[in-house]
Design a protein around this ligand. Structure first.
Ligand code: ATP
Ligand code: MG
Length: 328
């Protein structure tokens, strides 16, 4: 039974963690602080040049959002006045949850790309709560921007596609699959930088031939092989799954609504299964360029092996038109 995660929009349907396959790829584990409630505050800092940031250094300004993984606050550093986003996660001492938290923190620790949200520090309070100090993205998520400003133009979608693909290319070349690409997990700032965030269900693949057997993520954006492993094969290619999710996301940004269902239709598991796995997909409306239509086709191939990789898509004509795409 799919479950709806609390505090998220109606499209954010999830499959339960208990559906995680037994055949999970090996993970590389990061040495973590002790989890007992009496543990002393422990902290990790990615920057060797500055002092580690801990909870005591930060003043909470406001709540930015909350989800399954925890609550995210806008915070100000007491000494430097620097603004950060602080994600607070309760250590639920549940092995599945803990394992995902380990992975999320390890990915944030490892990644250093202008297209992936930057993590400055991770600490654990004596109460057992984890804090992840991240760069603050002052325009929020693409989901929020879409709600407040409406659908994006084709050139804007191309610009966003290029930025997200650069991030995905970086992650995939480091054997990291995101598994939950959607407008709500892409952050924007006033410089119109777009960065991939929320590695709460992501995976690090240990070897080139590893496949991905996770069923967590947001099912509205899931590829056919993730939704229906019986028909499409049990071991799926997580890299190609991210490309599918990107294709759905870009269509949504252009059309201003979830693109795979008619406006107003409530998404539920059987409907999504029918559309994504067994029917012909809705296409982009008339009037879009051939390049855009073809680009989406390259992302939304039902057979995962036919989908283009992130690096190949970066040279697609949709992103490489002669006229440079201007920032607003
Ligand atoms: P969910 O699982 O429901 O996606 P989550 O608990 O995993 O949520 P995030 O997606 O990481 O948490 O963040 C929740 C919300 O907090 C985001 O939707 C966004 O509005 C806000 N947020 C997260 N990180 C940042 C950031 N670095 N800068 C600005 N806002 C952020
Ligand atoms: Mg999220």
């Amino acid at each position: 039974m799919p479950v709806v995660r609390r505090g998220r929009p109606h499209l954010n349907l999830q499959l339960p963690l208990t559906k995680l396959s037994h055949a999970r790829p090996p993970r590389i584990s990061l040495p973590l602080p002790p989890t007992s409630s009496t543990a002393a505050a422990t902290q990790f800092n990615w920057s060797s040049s500055s002092a580690p940031i801990s909870a005591a250094d930060l003043d909470k300004i406001q709540v930015l959002g909350s989800g399954n993984g925890g609550t995210v606050y806008k915070v100000r550093h007491k000494e430097t006045s620097e603004i950060y986003a602080l994600k607070i996660i309760n250590d639920k001492s549940n092995s599945n949850f803990r394992s995902q938290l380990d992975t999320e923190m390890e990915i944030l620790r490892r990644t250093d790309s202008p297209h992936v949200v930057k993590c400055h520090s991770i600490f654990q309070n004596p109460s057992g709560e984890f804090g992840i100090v991240m760069e603050y993205m002052d325009s929020g998520t693409l989901e929020n921007v879409l709600k407040s400003e409406g659908a994006f133009s084709e050139s804007k979608v191309a610009d966003i596609a290029k930025k997200v693909l650069n991030g995905l290319h970086y992650l995939h070349s480091h054997k990291i699959v995101h598994l939950d690409i959607k407008p709500a997990n892409l952050l924007v700032n006033s410089k119109m930088e777009v960065k991939i965030a929320d590695f709460g269900v992501s995976k690090i693949l240990g070897r080139t031939l590893d496949t991905c057997n996770s069923f967590v993520g947001t099912c509205a954006y899931m590829s056919p092989e993730r939704l229906d492993s019986l028909t499409y094969g049990e071991n799926y290619d997580g890299y190609a799954g991210d490309i599918w999710s990107l294709g759905v996301t870009l269509m949504e940004l252009y059309m201003g609504q979830f693109p795979l269902l008619p406006p107003g239709q409530t998404p539920n598991w059987p409907t999504l299964m029918c559309v994504i796995c067994f029917s012909e997909l809705p296409s982009l409306p008339k009037g879009v360029s051939d390049e855009f239509r073809n680009f989406i086709d390259c992302c939304l191939q039902k057979e995962s092996s036919k989908r283009w990789s992130a690096s190949k898509l970066l040279s697609h004509p949709f992103l490489c038109k002669d006229s440079p795409i201007k920032e607003p």
